[in-house]
Design a protein around this ligand. Structure first.
Ligand code: 5GP
Ligand code: ZN
Length: 133
């Protein structure tokens, strides 16, 4: 059984932020920023690709609600919502989850995107590949 299923089942403890019949939110053990929270469906899905649409939509609606609550109660200026899928993307626990990362001036989180420029034809080819069904 995965570590988040164990938390859901109460086999290992967690600091719970929110709980209902289908979802649980708890503080990440490694507080990347103060208030770093994980939101998980109680049912085990490895990642985004495995989960059904209802779970995905409810998960994000709940993440948005909790982000608002955390923002107000911790008085933070902003936050990141993050979801890692696959080892290459940094997923270390294979139970679908969303990170809520409250952000503070001079915190130690670095999320930077490279600035890569493709040619017009490369962009067109990319669109064709992405749109292919
Ligand atoms: P991922 O890297 O898969 O997107 O995120 C997994 C997160 O789960 C990490 O930020 C890690 O700190 C957190 N985590 C791993 N094990 C536990 C645990 O036993 N309890 C809690 N609260 N968080 C955990
Ligand atoms: Zn699980």
């Amino acid at each position: 059984m995965c570590v988040f299923c164990k938390i859901v089942n109460g086999e290992i403890p967690a600091y719970k932020v929110y709980e209902d019949e289908d979802f649980l939110a708890f503080l990440d053990i490694a507080q990347a920023s103060v208030g770093h929270t994980l939101v998980v469906p109680k049912k085990h899905f490895s990642n985004f690709l495995e989960a059904d649409e209802e779970t995905i939509s409810k998960l994000f609606v709940l993440a948005a609600k909790l982000a608002k609550q955390i923002t107000q109660n911790l008085e933070v200026a902003g936050f990141n919502i993050l979801n890692n899928n696959g080892t290459v993307a940094g997923q270390s626990v294979n139970h679908l989850h969303v990170h809520i990362l409250p952000r503070y001036e001079h915190d130690s989180i670095t999320i930077k995107f490279a600035q890569n420029h493709l040619s017009e034809s490369e962009m067109q080819a990319l669109i064709a590949r992405i749109s292919h069904k």
